[in-house]
Ligand binder design. Structure first.
Ligand code: FAD
Ligand code: MLT
Ligand code: ZN
Length: 474
């Protein structure tokens, strides 16, 4: 039966695009191993379709043999959502060959791309047409727009432009039955029934396979300035955020916070990046001001903001990038925290959100609880404060064995942090999703009626549980 299915898949996609363990020269680890090296699965096959019709035919063939499918884009996900389990029975559907830009509509301010298009290439295509595609994250050189939509990725521009969901107008999707939904509309208004687009976005490959998307474009800003500020406390960072909203309005396109330990890891592992100000302050903030008028206007606004902040005591020191290269350098430091954490060793990641106003109290209380329960714990706190989204990460104590730390403390730490998140009216996942990593925890923290509705939706759209089984909901 398996050989029969593999034969059919080869007929659909071509021999070169169906990879299996039968060929000892083929290394499937890039598709089987998750980015954080938390799980190494084993696939029945990695299938790489070249167009939507092939995706539909692959799904039909797999469905006929009751073979589960795991959709995968760039495999940069952080919650073990895009890799197969260890059974050797699941097909990884890698979308990376479907990477074309199908159309740009300048008057409608839209771009239509295939799901496997790498985010950086989508940004470049938009720029080439004279527009901005604002989604931006550290993995943009390898993640795909299909994966961004699958996870409803956030990133560093959400404070102004919203999550991937807010940037999407239409989708083309292959259903669990192998039907094609032609939903590639560029409409900004459409009230003809249930919002299937938003149901698919953030469903992490469990409800359908996204094959293409129509995304929004924005005018390129006339100037973009970046500042790096030392702030004395998390309360001060929140106060600075309020001032930045007031003074920059829609010009505020980025507001990231980083604690001293996170920056010390960047300094330790990537000293060439020359992290500014980190030694003299517990927190730093990275701000971006995008201006539709001119650089002079942007600089004037920024300087006035920083003067007011220094006067109010919520900033102790600050630098404004003098050039694009300097601005890129500052952003590069911020985006290197994840890699510095990898260099430092295994860690526990969180991508929680809580109301911005409650973040200082959350951090103070939860830091104290963790310090009591996990002696020597090292907190790597950073993230998208402008969105109320913190990467409240826990690094193993200095010198500890990372594997032993995860074995002994991961569940306890997650429970402590998620209980606190619930107490502060937050969400246990603001941007990375649930995947396979948080699937056991979700029912403990999500509203039971919402969980029940999610199960009904899954059962209605994928009754045989073929699409990414045991991810998001068990
Ligand atoms: P994959 O990892 O391949 O898949 C992710 C999920 O989407 C899986 O469940 C998969 O089944 C599903 N999926 C993939 N393609 C499709 C498709 N075509 N149709 C349906 N489902 C699909 N995330 C953020 O939100 N914000 C950040 O700032 C951020 N920064 C990051 C920085 C680094 C250095 C790294 C490594 C990751 C970061 N991430 C961030 C996480 C990750 O990059 C995002 O989740 C991204 O959206 C995943 O895209 P991908 O193409 O790699 O998807
Ligand atoms: C980020 O904001 O850099 C990411 O979401 C990645 C991470 O959490 O490490
Ligand atoms: Zn993030």
């Amino acid at each position: 039966m398996t050989q029969n299915l593999l034969h059919q898949l080869r007929q659909i996609c071509g021999d070169a695009h169906v990879l299996t363990h039968d060929d000892p020269a083929t290394d499937l680890s890039p598709w089987e191993q998750d980015w954080r090296k938390r799980v190494r699965g084993r696939a029945l096959a990695v299938v790489r379709p070249g167009n939507t019709q092939e995706v539909a035919a692959v799904v039909k063939a797999c469905a006929a043999q009751h073979t589960p499918i795991v959709p995968q884009g760039g495999n940069t996900g952080l919650v073990v959502g895009g890799v197969p389990d260890g059974s050797g029975t699941q097909v990884v559907l890698s979308m990376t060959r479907m990477n074309a830009v199908r159309a740009v509509d300048p008057a409608n301010l839209t771009i239509t791309v295939e799901a496997g298009c790498v985010l950086q290439n989508l940004q470049a295509a938009a720029a080439q047409a004279g527009f901005l595609f604002p989604l931006s994250l550290g993995a943009e050189g390898s993640c795909t727009i299909g994966g961004n939509l699958g996870t409803n990725a956030g990133g560093t521009q959400v404070v102004r432009y919203g999550n991937t969901r807010e940037l999407c107008l239409g989708l083309e999707v292959v259903t669990a039955q192998g039907q094609i939904w032609h939903g590639l509309t560029g409409l900004r208004k459409d009230n003809t029934g249930y919002d299937l687009r938003n149901l698919m976005i953030g469903s992490e490959g469990t409800l359908g396979i996204i094959t293409a998307a129509t995304m929004k474009l924005y005018p390129l800003p006339a100037a973009q300035l970046t500042a790096w500020a030392a702030v004395p406390s998390m309360e001060a960072a929140v106060q600075l955020l309020g001032l930045a909203h007031q003074r920059l309005g829609p010009g505020l396109t980025g507001f990231e916070v980083m604690n001293q330990f996170a920056l010390s890891l960047v300094d330790k592992h990537f000293p060439q990046l020359r992290v500014p100000l980190w030694q003299e302050t517990p927190w730093c903030v990275l701000l971006e001001n995008s201006d539709s008028e001119s650089e002079t206007h942007a600089r004037g606004q920024f300087e006035a903001l920083l003067e007011a902040a220094l006067e109010a005591g919520c900033v102790s020191d600050a630098v404004v990038a003098e050039s694009l290269a300097q601005a890129r350098g500052l952003w590069h430091i911020r985006e290197s925290i994840t890699l510095a954490q990898v260099e430092e060793g295994l860690n526990i990641k969180h991508d929680i959100s809580i109301p911005v106003s409650l973040i200082p109290a959350f951090v103070a209380e939860t830091d104290a609880l963790l310090a009591r329960e996990v002696p020597g714990v090292r907190m790597v706190d950073f993230g998208h404060l402008g969105d109320g989204n913190l990467h409240y990460n826990v690094q193993a104590p200095e010198g500890a064995d990372g594997h032993a730390f995860l074995r002994d403390f991961e569940d306890q730490v997650n429970t402590l942090v998620f209980d606190q998140v619930k107490r502060f009216d937050g969400s246990i996942s603001a941007e990375h999703g649930v995947g396979g990593l948080k699937v056991g925890k979700l029912p403990l923290y999500k509203d039971p009626t919402a969980m029940a509705m999610m199960r009904l939706v899954k059962q209605a759209l994928d009754p045989h549980n073929l699409l990414n089984p045991h991810k998001v909901i068990a």
